[in-house]
Design a protein around this ligand. Structure first.
Ligand code: FPP
Length: 237
């Protein structure tokens, strides 16, 4: 990619449309999720190749528990397999993997896998990859507020000390720069409780393409569009 088409530092993605893609092919929804997981795998390498430094994906929201028991179980199995394979991937490709979201709400083995994978990959300097699992932005902000309130209660800080920076540091994304570009696939234009605080100055890109078939060309088009924006805030100046 030329200098004119400079890659954004941090791209956040809402990987929507697995179910619709599967339906359009006559497959059950779970096949769409499996294909979506495969596509995410490819997208990691594509993002890295295009010069993106941070990639954050919405894999499971705090609201997704309302889906059918079968679908939730299939998704948890997919995450399990994905995180287990993550060790090899991280080692081979120098990828750092972090899991954001309310971890105690996940099955215990997934919590352990997330802890271990983060520890295992913490010194990797290649693509910084965040997976949002049992993530909801309002939940994340509420947890941050509670932690800060505890510090006030214990006399560690005064209410006047609370700043935007302090709030950012108490979020799951502490130390990760805010996204420059947010992509939502499959036509919807909602934020669905994703990174509400972090996306304050982010450019939003929507495409009708379903996640399982969102490929390199699609990501390049999103980056080209991003480069036409007049960015006054955020990481890319
Ligand atoms: C949205 O499609 C997708 C999800 C709720 C789950 C995202 C999960 C994956 C892409 C699986 C791979 C992820 C990891 C980390 C292994 P949808 O079911 O809402 O589709 P629809 O709106 O067409 O029904």
């Amino acid at each position: 990619m030329s200098d004119i088409n400079k890659a954004p530092t941090h791209v956040a993605i809402i990987m929507d449309g697995n179910g619709r893609w599967a339906k359009s092919k006559g497959f059950p929804r779970t096949v769409g999720h499996a294909k979506g997981a495969q596509n995410l795998e490819d997208m990691l390498y594509i993002a890295d190749e295009l010069g993106i430094k941070y990639l954050t994906v919405y894999a499971f929201s705090t609201e997704n528990w309302k889906r059918s028991e079968d679908e939730v179980m299939a998704l948890m199995n997919l995450f399990r397999e994905y995180l287990r394979n993550g060790f090899k991937k991280a080692a081979r490709n120098n990828v750092r993997i972090r899991v954001i979201g309310y971890r105690p709400g996940l099955p215990k083995d997934l919590q352990d896998l997330a802890d271990e994978l983060e520890e295992f990959s913490k010194d990797n300097t290649g693509l910084q990859f965040q997976i949002a699992l049992n993530y909801g932005s309002r939940d994340e902000i509420t947890r941050a507020v509670k932690k800060i309130a505890e510090d006030v209660k214990e006399g560690k800080i005064n209410p006047e000390d609370i700043s935007e920076e302090m709030i950012s540091k108490h979020l799951d994304t502490a130390d990760i720069p805010d996204p420059d570009l947010m992509i939502r696939t499959s036509g919807e234009q909602r934020l669905s409780n994703y990174l509400l605080w972090q996306l304050a100055y982010t450019e939003f890109y929507y495409t009708d393409t379903h996640w399982p078939v969102f490929g390199k060309k699609d990501l390049q088009e999103a980056i080209e569009w991003y480069n036409t924006r007049d960015r006054r805030y955020g990481n890319a100046k």
